[in-house]
Design a protein around this ligand. Structure first.
Ligand code: MUC
Ligand code: MG
Length: 373
């Protein structure tokens, strides 16, 4: 039985400005959920998003308010006997709020895994891989700086797959930026994420140029509201087109998969509404012949570990992951940081999420927002 649920906003500065089409980030506000049970277990979850309300319909503050006002009283009153029953209750009684639901499910699965002495991956059907390839996003806003950053990452054996964020500059300027980076890194896989910024007409022009420049993957080039347009682009070009913002809960992912609207799905546990929802989307995409990519909402280490457990269970993961969120932050909130080496992240093997949260660090950063004593 759940004894308490605490929701904390934890702002941590980023190592450099991170520029997306929809926002520029200089810090990331992690939304952490800490659940304690009557029998002495503790679990952590995370519901992080990007740029307040710039990226998605939930903001750090709305997530905290809705968990404190609606989720916690409901869970304490109904006292569901398992994670599955808790999620069934939340999905019936609370509409939307997928990020908040993900954080609660993560903390409950962390507890369930600790109680049973097994990793969360095994509660989700079982891992089929222990290492995940991790892309790095070049988003300093400056071509030369991005190339230098990528070369350093390769030298340090941290990353050899790169994603470029474009869409905030005139299209010709953005295309020149991408082609210059591809020329400097001819042997690296390059993804271009437009974050919905192009019209369909601009996408026709832009993707033609990127395809000719041997770019490997084009992510969410047009608005998530234009499903038919995404399908048209997928059918028009040979280069792989990836759906990101448009992939939301499993129901909507089912229709996207059935209609084959993209070549690849980026799966994000927060966008999906939880870990089991993320697994379901992965399985559906796989069955429909759609390739998979392990996405991030730039979560810190808790959401990143949870995502790693989910992606470790995917039957295929041809486009690897972008689970670099913790590396974009100037500080880590784990006692032992996640294990990044040889271009990979090792999926934690301990019980639950397999991580230990440094509570002093969490409260140090949380104090900047909360009136904590
Ligand atoms: C997105 O749209 O994919 C992932 C990497 C990054 O830099 O931003 C996120 C969001
Ligand atoms: Mg994206």
């Amino acid at each position: 039985m759940i004894r308490s649920i605490q929701t904390l906003l934890v702002p941590i500065p980023t190592i450099r400005a991170h520029k997306l089409a929809c926002t520029v980030m200089n810090e990331q506000t992690l939304v952490l959920v800490h659940i304690k049970t009557e029998d002495g277990y503790e679990g952590w979850g995370e519901a992080t998003t990007i740029g307040g309300l710039n990226y998605a319909e939930e903001s750090p503050h709305s997530i905290k308010t809705n968990i404190d006002t609606y989720f916690t009283p409901l869970l304490l009153k109904e006292a569901p006997a398992s994670t599955a029953k808790a999620m069934q209750l939340l999905n019936k009684q609370i509409s939307g709020n997928r990020f908040a639901k993900c954080a609660i499910e993560t903390a409950l699965l962390d507890i369930e895994g600790k109680r049973l002495g097994i990793p969360v991956s095994e509660l989700l059907g079982g891992r089929v891989r222990d290492e995940l390839g991790v892309a790095w996003t070049l988003a300093s806003g400056n071509t030369k700086k991005d190339i230098a950053e990528a070369k350093l990452m390769i030298e340090q054996k941290k990353h050899q797959i790169f994603k470029l964020k474009i869409g905030s500059n005139p299209i010709d300027q953005d295309l020149a930026h991408v082609l210059a980076i591809k020329q400097a890194l001819p042997n690296c896989r390059i993804t271009v994420d437009v974050n919905q910024a192009w019209t369909e007409l601009e996408a026709m022009k832009g993707i033609k140029c990127l395809q000719d420049g041997l770019i490997d993957l084009i992510e969410q080039p047009i608005t998530m509201r234009n499903k038919a347009g995404l399908k048209r682009l997928k059918e028009h070009f040979d280069v792989a087109i990836m759906a990101d913002e448009i992939v939301q809960d499993p129901q909507n992912a089912f229709h996207l998969a059935a209609e084959h609207c993209a070549d690849v799905f980026a799966v994000k546990i927060n966008q999906a509404g939880g870990l089991k929802a993320g697994c379901l989307i992965g399985q559906m995409a796989h069955l429909a012949g759609i390739d998979l990519y392990g996405g991030t909402m730039l979560e810190g280490p808790i959401g990143t570990a949870a995502s790693a457990h989910v992606f470790s269970t995917f039957p295929s993961l041809n486009f690897d992951t972008e689970l670099f969120g913790p590396l974009l932050l100037t500080d880590d909130i784990l006692v032992r940081p996640l294990d990044y080496q040889n271009f990979n992240l090792t999926v934690p093997t301990g019980a639950g999420l397999g991580i230990e949260v440094d509570q002093d660090k969490v409260y140090h950063y949380a104090k900047k927002i909360h009136a904590l004593g």
